[in-house]
Design a protein around this ligand. Structure first.
Ligand code: ARG
Length: 270
């Protein structure tokens, strides 16, 4: 073989190898490094869920999103050494947002259920809560259990596991789904629905701010439930990073503090 030919083959091979290297790097580039390089962590949530995440007007009259999930997001960003950007979204779009990479993480009181695990990964559980039924105060004796709501209009957030709970537990019920929990509260007060299923800490906060509502007797404990951070699949480094912050928050008993503060802020609003 001539020398020139050999050189050519060699050059093509090298370019080929480099090209391949680039491609494989591109697809494998882990999200944690991308976040660190960009200096910004984008967290998606549905800010209609006090004390987890909700809107307040700060002392300057500015709209702000706060809550214990936001505090967790801040700690995660701090441990990564990056800025935090919060994206307020409809709850039902969060899983797709994570899997497509539109947001880096979903921190929104999200239960790591089997259906969602098909498209995204989850961190360790950082918080667990029961689910409660909200009813109008005057109906408290009429609607004590799911059975009592037989055939009635029961509301739940679109895309949330409470929709499945209501569907399963209310015999012949008419499930009413809306994207925003605040709209569901209005629907309950306006007698468009007879009950609303949400996580119990949220129900408690809603009752504090809306004394015309009450929490029914029956509660639901789902043993596989709890809240976890939603993360794109196959992002091991990011998953470990998030879990290390969750571990630290638990060890330093920060979560209790965040929850107390979030409750105080949520009560102050109304
Ligand atoms: N835990 C429930 C779920 O994962 C409801 C969460 C709703 N969160 C919210 N920010 N609105 O389906």
């Amino acid at each position: 073989m001539k020398k020139g030919m050999l050189k050519k083959i060699l050059a093509i091979t090298i370019v080929g190898v480099m090209g391949f290297g680039l491609v494989s790097c591109g697809s494998k580039k882990d999200k944690l490094s991308t976040i660190k390089d960009s200096g910004k962590l984008v967290v998606g949530l549905s800010a209609d869920y006090a004390p987890y995440e909700f809107h307040i007007l700060d002392e300057n009259g500015q709209d702000q999103i706060v809550g214990f999930d936001v505090d967790i997001a801040k700690e995660i960003a701090k441990d990564m050494g990056v800025e935090l950007e919060i994206k307020d979204m409809n709850f039902e779009n969060l899983v797709a947002g994570v899997s497509s990479g539109k947001i880096d993480l979903a921190i929104s009181g999200m239960t790591p259920d089997e259906e969602r695990k098909k498209s995204i990964d989850f961190s360790d559980i950082y918080y667990t809560a029961q689910h409660g039924i909200l009813v109008r105060a005057e109906d408290k004796d009429k609607y004590k259990t799911f059975e009592d709501l037989k055939g009635q209009k029961v509301g739940a957030q679109m895309g949330a596991i409470q929709a499945q709970i209501a569907e399963e537990k209310v015999p012949e019920g008419d499930l009413q789904l809306l994207s925003n929990v605040n709209d569901l509260v209005l629907a309950l007060k306006g007698k468009k629905i007879e009950a609303l299923v949400v996580e119990l800490p949220v129900a408690e906060m809603i009752v504090k701010n809306n004394p015309e509502l009450k929490i029914a007797e029956e509660k639901v404990t789902d043993t596989e439930g709890g809240s976890a951070v939603g993360i794109q699949k196959e992002q091991q480094a990011l998953l470990e990073q998030v879990n290390s912050t969750i571990k630290r928050i638990k060890e330093e008993k920060l979560l209790d503090k965040f929850i107390i503060e979030a409750n105080e802020l949520a009560e102050k609003q109304n």
